[in-house]
Write a protein of this length. Structure first.
Length: 134
């Protein structure tokens, strides 16, 4: 292939970085999909490695299907790279919202009696628990 292979993924030239969001949560957490400057096509060996990392059992038939599904998702992600976002401000939420600020003061909450009121055992506003280490 004219494209480099990294960890079983065939890398195709691409201009951004990100990760897959549209597959099973266990697999999604384990899949690094785009590396800076490279677009990757998922093969069966990579699907199996991801499944092992996510600790899920994948049959041969499922692996083939996931190979196609993940590659399709990557194609969709590649389409997103075509959108011009140069004029878009970075944001953490859709609606601009200022965080409420408060003084950074350490307190006990001033309700220690209430906090320990339902504890099976307490002493001087501390929870009493059985000894676990000899």
């Amino acid at each position: 292939s004219a494209f480099p292979e990294i960890a079983g993924l065939t890398a195709l030239p691409h201009g951004s970085a990100g990760c897959i969001w549209g597959t099973a949560p266990a697999m999604r957490a384990a899949i690094p999909v785009l590396l800076k400057g490279l677009f990757m096509q998922v093969d069966e060996a990579t699907v199996r490695r991801i499944a092992r990392l996510a600790r899920i059992k994948v049959s041969d038939e499922e692996a083939k299907g996931l190979e196609k599904e993940l590659s399709g998702i990557l194609d969709w992600v590649k389409q997103l790279d075509e959108v011009d976002t140069s004029a878009v401000e970075p944001m953490t939420r859709v609606v601009d919202q200022k965080l409420k600020m408060r003084d950074d003061v350490v307190t006990d909450g001033e309700i220690a009696d209430q906090v320990t009121a339902n504890a099976p055992l307490s002493e001087d506003n501390f929870f009493v628990v059985p000894k676990v280490v000899e």
